[in-house]
Design a binder for this molecule. Structure first.
Ligand code: UDP
Length: 475
């Protein structure tokens, strides 16, 4: 069918934007630099406008096939998103097998790439003889935790947050147990078991591709391929970031930024899914107002339940503005812009008026920030974001972190203080600003023709394509 003989890589990311976006960037590199076709296998119809905009923007050589929708109605409604994704993967294996078999009839499927939550797909890819890889959309530090998790699970009995000493993984900053990956913080939750399970399955990969680069994780990068334990080889393929975010044009942020002075605006966003509680949102509003700094805030309706509730749909819009303190919008109208739910983040970070990023420390947001030389305020919510926050403030030193009050809330005075420290002239702000610019240089170098990222992707692509060339030659 015209596809005959094509060299094809098949990827299985979960539907969250934080996973789709880096998979998309990896796919674009394979297509544009190595003439490899890529097929996305996706879990559901694309629920949100952002997801639809993402797929619409992919080049035609990147195709997608949907798995049949599988009901998860029998899963308890309080099951965590990671559990749901893991179960959805398991239940999709028969459908996945038949999709892969059909693809194999028409093309050389040279590699299958799973995400950290879809590793059970390796069962099928391996049975079909397809080399199987993991693309880890976060950093080496978190990868290292996952790889050590089966042993840590066996050697500890208490909750990680009750560990008497910080956890010291080789090449990584010592990490207080309470800052470790959110889904492993409750051993009685199924999600914990899934994380350990995935950590074990990571070892079934032929190699692991990680969206990071040497300069941001120097010590971990030095040792990751030198551990005694027999782990798959690790390739540093980052920083893969999009050059343009899906833009759904609810509010024209960019023309507002055009009118602001250079590096004067703090961009405030908690990723594709993060939401604050009602009281935290009010403290943030008061803090921003007290700081007197300009801000562009992606506001979402607060949620006093799990803040990954809009994982499948970043576009839930009630009226977030209604939850802000009375008179806030009017009082800040000359310095602040509120954007409901979604902003074209990369375009915002690339804009000269943006001078700081108050971020939940999602890994894509982090890479996007440093690749535009923008320093950060670390405000982690979920997933591995606390680990990222520790790394960014204590090791990389590209972020400032507010101190949380005893009740677990960041108070307005503290927020104002840290915002001023970042945005106004002062030693602290200057240091993180300089570091961000330095990382931008290191990251840019990694992406050059002879840089680590290009070389790593090139090496993998050559392995994949040369097998086909050899087999064509042999036959
Ligand atoms: N994003 C965006 N606009 C928004 C929120 C998020 O373009 O309003 C993009 C952002 O640029 C990043 C991704 O969505 O590429 C979020 O990924 P990240 O790993 O930072 O966080 P997650 O959403 O997975 O928590």
């Amino acid at each position: 069918d015209g596809d005959d003989g094509a060299v094809r890589v098949v990827v299985l990311p979960p539907p969250g934007m934080g996973h789709l976006i880096p998979f998309g960037e990896l796919a674009k590199k394979l297509v544009s630099r190595h003439s490899i076709s890529v097929t996305f296998i996706t879990f559901s119809k694309f629920a949100s406008k952002a997801q639809k905009a993402f797929f619409d923007a992919l080049p035609p050589t990147i195709t997608s096939i949907h798995l049949p929708p599988d009901s998860l109605a029998d899963i308890p409604s309080d099951a965590r998103i990671e559990t749901r994704l893991s179960i959805a993967t398991l239940r999709s294996l028969p459908a996945l097998r038949s999709i892969l078999q059909t693809l194999q009839q028409n093309a050389h499927v040279v590699a299958f790439i799973a995400d950290l939550f879809t590793t059970d797909a390796f069962t099928v890819s391996k049975q079909l003889g397809i080399p199987s890889f993991l693309f880890f959309p976060s950093n080496l530090f978190t990868l290292s935790l996952f790889l050590h998790l089966p042993e840590l699970d066996a050697s500890t009995t208490c909750e990680f947050r009750d560990l008497p000493e910080p956890l010291q993984l080789p090449g990584c900053v010592p990490m207080p147990g309470s800052e470790l990956l959110h889904p492993i913080q409750d051993r009685s939750n199924d999600c914990y078991k899934w994380m350990v399970h995935h950590g074990r399955r990571f070892r079934d990969a032929d190699a692991i591709l990680v969206n990071t680069f040497k300069d941001i994780e120097q010590e971990t990068a030095k040792i990751i391929n030198k551990e005694d334990i027999k782990w798959p080889p690790v390739y540093l393929v980052g920083p893969l970031i999009q050059s343009c975010s899906p833009d759904i044009e609810l509010v024209n942020c960019l023309s507002w930024l055009d009118k602001q002075p250079k590096e004067s605006v703090l961009y405030v966003s908690f990723g594709s899914a993060g939401r604050l509680t009602c009281s935290q949102m009010k403290e943030l509003a008061c803090g921003l107002e007290m700081s007197g700094q300009r801000f562009l805030w992606v506001v979402r309706t607060p949620s006093d339940i799990e803040s990954d509730a809009n994982y499948f749909n970043s576009m839930i819009i009630d009226d977030p503005v209604a939850f802000l303190p009375e008179g806030f919008v009017e009082r800040t109208k000359n310095v602040g812009l509120l954007v409901p739910s979604w902003a074209p983040q990369v375009q915002v970070l690339a804009h000269g008026a943006t001078g700081g990023f108050l971020s939940h420390c999602g890994w894509n947001s982090t890479l996007e920030s440093v690749m535009h030389g923008v320093p950060m305020i670390a405000w982690p919510l979920h997933a591995e974001q606390r680990m990222n926050a520790v790394m960014l403030t204590e090791v990389v030193k590209v972020a400032l972190r507010p101190v949380v009050a005893a009740d677990g809330i960041y108070k307005s005075e503290e927020i104002a203080k840290v915002v001023k420290a970042l945005m106004m002239e002062g030693e602290e702000g200057k240091c993180v600003r300089e570091k961000a610019k330095e990382l931008h240089v290191g990251g840019t170098r990694a992406l050059m023709e002879d840089g680590d990222s290009c070389q790593a992707i090139g090496e993998l692509a050559n392995k994949w394509t040369s097998k086909v060339l050899t087999s064509v030659h042999d036959s």
